[in-house]
Design a protein around this ligand. Structure first.
Ligand SMILES: Nc1ncnc2c1ncn2[C@@H]1O[C@H](COP(=O)(O)OP(=O)(O)OP(=O)(O)O)[C@@H](O)[C@H]1O
Ligand SMILES: C[C@H](N)[C@H](N)CCCCCC(=O)O
Ligand SMILES: [Mg+2]
Length: 224
């Protein structure tokens, strides 16, 4: 069984999109693959379920539906910083509940991908953040770089922060979240020369939003 923590250079840069692409890539290799969104912010009632969009997209890319209790243990209502949403909703984000859900998912799959929320250092309470959660999950990390002006700085800072928590960066993905980005190739080369881990692939902008279509372009950091 393999598992990875998926972080990114910011919110809205393609962590979920790439998580889904990686899930499809794993399934194409015959693996049973599940995704997890431990904490989500922004949800509404959909067919009787209080559902976050990331959780829905990840669920659709999983080999099977493990149930939202395991896939998305904390689903907050407002699409804002999760520690603010949790306080407003009177919710305490318990690490133990997340670790228990993750352990249950691990027992059901060959591969589990755990998507963070926002960037790498998002507060979850007064003295705990998503970097602490990544450390407590003790998973190797994949960094999704949303390719847009400013991403070089954000990518290198994120890599530094991940390493500072003693976590291994097994690779990074260049996600073409902005098809209008100027000098894409030169920015990609700048990152390849500076990022402390291998490029797992480039996910091109998919106008139809189909994350599965890019699966063949990504190398899974798994034993051959
Ligand atoms: N390569 C891509 N091609 C087409 N659309 C993309 C691509 N990457 C991201 N998007 C779109 O950009 C938006 C933001 O992407 P996504 O939801 O994956 O970001 P995120 O980093 O997971 O955000 P959050 O921090 O909220 O979890 C979504 O509408 C997604 O479908
Ligand atoms: C609502 C949004 N799409 C994300 N799920 C949450 C992003 C939190 C960002 C917190 C911050 O870094 O300012
Ligand atoms: Mg997401």
């Amino acid at each position: 069984m393999s598992a990875f923590f998926i972080t990114g250079t910011d919110t809205e840069i393609g962590k979920t999109f790439v998580t889904c692409t990686l899930l499809h890539a794993a399934r194409a290799r015959g693996l049973t693959a599940l995704g997890m969104k431990p904490i989500a912010a922004g949800a509404e009632m959909v067919n009787g379920e209080f559902l976050n969009e990331d959780a829905a997209r990840i669920r659709a890319a999983c080999s099977f539906d493990p149930g939202l209790a395991l896939l998305n243990p904390y689903c907050l209502a407002s699409p804002i910083a999760p520690h603010i949403a949790a306080t407003e909703e009177g919710v305490t984000l318990e690490t133990g509940r997340i670790l228990d859900a993750f352990a249950a998912l691990k027992g059901k799959a060959d591969l589990v991908l755990v998507e963070g929320v926002g960037g790498f250092r998002v507060p979850l309470s007064d003295d705990y953040d998503t970097a602490d959660l990544a450390r407590d999950l003790a998973l190797p990390v994949i960094i999704v770089v949303g390719m847009r002006l400013g991403c070089i700085n954000h990518a290198l800072l994120t890599a530094e922060a991940v390493a500072a928590r003693g976590l291994k960066i097994v690779g990074w993905v260049a996600n073409q979240v902005d098809p209008a980005m100027l000098r894409f190739d030169q920015n990609l080369e700048a990152l390849k020369a500076r990022m402390p881990a291998p490029l797992l692939g480039v996910v091109r902008f998919q106008a139809d939003g189909n994350a599965a279509a890019a699966a063949a372009d990504l190398r899974l950091p798994l034993p051959a």
